[in-house]
Design a protein around this ligand. Structure first.
Ligand SMILES: NC(=O)c1ccc[n+]([C@@H]2O[C@H](COP(=O)([O-])OP(=O)(O)OC[C@H]3O[C@@H](n4cnc5c(N)ncnc54)[C@H](OP(=O)(O)O)[C@@H]3O)[C@@H](O)[C@H]2O)c1
Length: 268
């Protein structure tokens, strides 16, 4: 049996990971969520598939994460093979603004960057450190981070995508954190990877591009990089591409930041 833990598993890409992985009865899947309020479809799936375990915790609270890791440990006998850090959000209502719009709005700037760093970097470091002993005892010894193309310099440079500043800073920052964990833990056989999931049809994507005018602005920018992109891909496609890369992860490519195609330039 291979054990997997996925954070942010109530909806979107996180739920997609749970759906895909739990279809194989040889996988044991821990759906790590912050609340049951949005977990209707996950709960339904977990009643059908006994290899899904729902664990409710708070990613920003190391004490609660300790209890979550103990719950996983009890079910696996003290190990975890693969940890997928998927939970993430774009943060405050200012996220649509470009950097210069924060001139004279110091409080909003601190909130934009601070909230994103707390939610998308610090919480993820808490999660890794809370589950690290279990990963050490696992056979796969893999940690994957669901990053974003918006944290990539070349993507930003070529498309001119100047929005979601705090989120992009946090995703880029977490990429280097993943590389550092990989560098530190390589001698223990632990491997890390950051993956862009692509542009994926989820609630988060709809919140940004649900408005046809906004969608047109985004597509005009994205066409500078890829003239053929017409819209987001479905969750299944993103998840199966990412799982292929996680399964193929070796010591040689540990610590990299890759697109869901496994390269550093095909973001759609
Ligand atoms: N969709 C895209 O096009 C796209 C592109 C690039 C990167 N990504 C990344 O892919 C990941 C998944 O995104 P998605 O599109 O599937 O988003 P989504 O549909 O909005 O789902 C986000 C998931 O993360 C959870 N979550 C968010 N903030 C959290 C927090 N502070 N603590 C605990 N759980 C939290 C949500 O839980 P609740 O149900 O409790 O809110 C939900 O389960 C994110 O890291 C996102 O940045 C997505």
């Amino acid at each position: 049996m291979v054990s997997w833990a996925v954070t942010g598993a109530t909806r979107g890409i996180g739920l997609g990971f749970v759906q895909n992985l739990s279809a194989d009865s040889q996988n044991q899947v821990f759906a790590i969520i912050r609340s049951l309020a949005t977990a209707g479809p996950l709960k339904e799936l977990a009643t059908e598939r006994k290899n899904i375990h729902i664990v409710v915790t708070e990613l920003s609270d190391p004490e609660k994460l300790k209890l979550a890791a103990a719950e996983v440990s009890k079910a696996t006998g003290g190990s975890l093979d693969v940890l997928i850090l998927n939970a993430g959000s774009a943060g405050p209502e200012t996220s649509a603004l470009p950097p210069s719009a924060f001139h004279g709005k110091e409080e909003a700037l601190e909130k934009e960057i601070g909230e994103n760093i707390n939610n998308n970097i610090i919480s993820n470091i808490y999660v890794i450190n809370s589950f690290l002993d279990l990963i050490r005892n696992g056979t796969e010894k893999k940690i994957a981070f669901v990053s974003s193309q918006s944290g990539d310099l070349e993507f930003t440079r070529i498309t001119g995508f100047s929005f979601v500043m705090g989120y992009s800073i946090a995703k880029a920052g977490m990429n280097i954190v993943m590389t550092k964990f990989g560098a530190e833990l390589a001698h223990e056989g632990i491997k890390t990877i950051s993956l862009s999931p692509g542009w994926v049809n989820t609630d988060a994507a709809k919140a940004v591009t649900g408005d046809p005018a906004v969608r047109k602005i985004m597509l005009d920018l994205f066409h500078k990089l890829d003239p053929d992109v017409s819209g987001p891909i479905e969750v299944d496609e993103s998840v199966s591409s990412q799982l292929k890369l996680i399964k193929e992860l070796t010591a040689e490519n540990s610590g990299k930041f890759l697109t869901h195609h496994g390269d550093t330039s095909t973001w759609f």
